[in-house]
Design a protein around this ligand. Structure first.
Ligand code: ADP
Length: 450
């Protein structure tokens, strides 16, 4: 087992990793930009190294600075968290070239799944059901129009390198194709340096269901059920739950096995998420994330496992601490993402926290790097906390969420907390009857959000 690991991230996810390391008796090293000298992850780690100025390009994304921080402190392995360098195959290669260990999958797995066209081809070959669409990339507008007719409108044009909801455009009819095709290409180029796009049938009323998988890199892999992340704004998740309110035990077992077998086939190592759209009882693969997800705590809640601990274990060469039959679902868990943003338009709202009080009590987990007097810097993601609740069933989890939100105090900046209070009053949230478009409609109707 490692003696010391470096956490190449900030905010709540850096704390999450530091906590797991401490429980395992492993020393932790935080890295930070000059804007984050006072951040909680710096205070909580055993050691810290400043790796650059506020701009993430020059700090949290600076591979040479992170490697240097490992060399200075003697850290043997790097946990990337999510975002930043977590899905950068080049980073993994450099880490290995320096004789260090990446706590995550191999560079090859990241490369294959990071390109959505290659990912889809790979998954199809492994027997995973996919959304109907183009066979690979679509180079010209003429091809795009032909495929649009073949697949049937509406269709979605997606940048193969896309992520975070960027580089995706819907064409409702043939008339929209030119604009959607050019915009998706331009967004792919400007955001990810790659203008290759592909086309998929646009599903009109799906739920977003993702399967948590975990592999040991030696041909053994398990699934930890699904998360329903259908409540989204601009293709970004805001509320996640496990198990999915509409998924049956049979469906879970079937799709879970397909995913676990696929991961065993490719000798996948560590945590991964296979994302599907789910409509009329069918699952359609859309992409795989080769990292820990923001919403992993809901899975931890219902299975009672520590996914970060498992990541560290398998990266160090140890076995996973469970097999499929050990994994039994207990109750229901819900996570809400609390952002420093001003409603109704979700404008980022950095600033000084004048008062912070985290909720507590049975079944409540608050993953946050906030503290009284903390100044949220304007340079990074606006996620400031994740409130996760666990109950014996979905109604109990919802009631607990309302209770915990009522206890939470975040003064000094605007947050998305009022959104969740309002959502909990909606019959569709109480019954679980929503799809990926429900929240956008609700926001337009109730808040007039853009
Ligand atoms: P990203 O990598 O940017 O997160 P994804 O491929 O995971 O992109 O898709 C994100 C979201 O976009 C999905 O959860 C869903 O809401 C929507 N989406 C993606 N593909 C389709 C599709 N074929 N039909 C309908 N909605 C889609």
């Amino acid at each position: 087992m490692f003696k010391k690991i470096l956490v190449a991230n900030r905010g709540e996810i850096a704390l999450r990793v530091i906590r797991a390391a401490r429980e395992m008796g492993i020393q932790s090293v935080a890295v930070h930009s000059t804007a984050d000298s006072d951040a909680m992850h710096v205070r909580m780690a055993d050691e810290s190294v400043c790796i650059g100025p506020p701009s993430s390009a020059l700090s949290y994304l600076s591979i040479p600075s992170i490697i240097a921080a490992c060399e200075i402190t003697g850290a043997e392995a790097i946990h990337p968290g999510y975002g930043f360098l977590s899905e950068n195959a080049g980073f993994v290669q450099v880490i290995e070239d320096h004789g260090l260990t990446f706590i995550g999958p191999t560079a090859e797995h990241i490369r294959v799944m990071g390109d959505k066209i290659t990912a889809k081809d790979t998954m199809k070959a492994l027997g995973v059901p996919c959304v109907p669409g183009s066979d690979g990339g679509v180079a010209t507008l003429e091809d795009a129009k032909r495929i649009g007719e073949e697949v049937g409108y509406p269709v979605i044009i997606k940048a193969t390198a896309g992520g975070g909801g960027k580089g995706m455009k819907v064409a409702q009819t043939a008339k929209d194709m030119e604009r959607a095709f050019q915009t998706a290409r331009a967004e792919g180029k400007s955001n990810f340096g790659n203008d290759e796009v592909y086309i998929e049938k646009y599903l009109t009323t799906p739920r977003h269901i993702e399967i948590q998988v975990f592999g040991d890199g030696k041909g053994r892999a398990v699934h930890l059920g699904e998360r329903d992340c259908s409540l989204q704004r601009r293709h970004q998740k805001v509320f996640e739950e496990a198990p999915g309110p509409t998924i049956t035990a049979q469906e879970r077992a079937r799709i879970g096995k397909v995913c676990a077998d696929a991961m065993a086939d490719i000798n996948y190592i560590g945590a991964g998420t296979i994302e599907f759209l789910y409509e009329n009882g069918e699952f359609y693969f859309i992409e795989m994330n080769t990292r820990l997800q923001v919403e992993h705590p809901v899975t931890e809640g219902i299975f009672g496992v520590d996914l970060v601990r498992e990541q560290i274990r398998v990266a160090s060469g140890m076995e996973m601490s469970f097999v499929q039959d050990d994994l039994k679902i207990n109750g229901h868990a819900i996570e809400v993402r609390i952002n420093a943003e001003k409603l109704p338009n979700f404008a980022p709202c950095p600033g000084r926290i004048t008062q912070y009080h985290a909720p507590g009590g049975l079944g409540v987990r608050m993953d946050s790097a906030l503290y009284d007097g903390y100044r949220i810097p304007p340079y990074y993601d606006s996620l400031i906390g994740k409130l996760i609740v666990h109950g014996r069933d979905r109604p109990e989890a919802l009631a607990r969420l309302g209770r915990a939100l009522g206890e939470l105090i975040v003064d000094g900046v605007d947050t998305t907390v009022p959104l969740f209070h309002a959502l909990l009053a909606e019959p569709e949230i109480q019954s679980g009857d929503y799809n990926i478009h429900w929240l956008e409609h609700w926001l337009e109707t109730h808040l007039g959000s853009a």
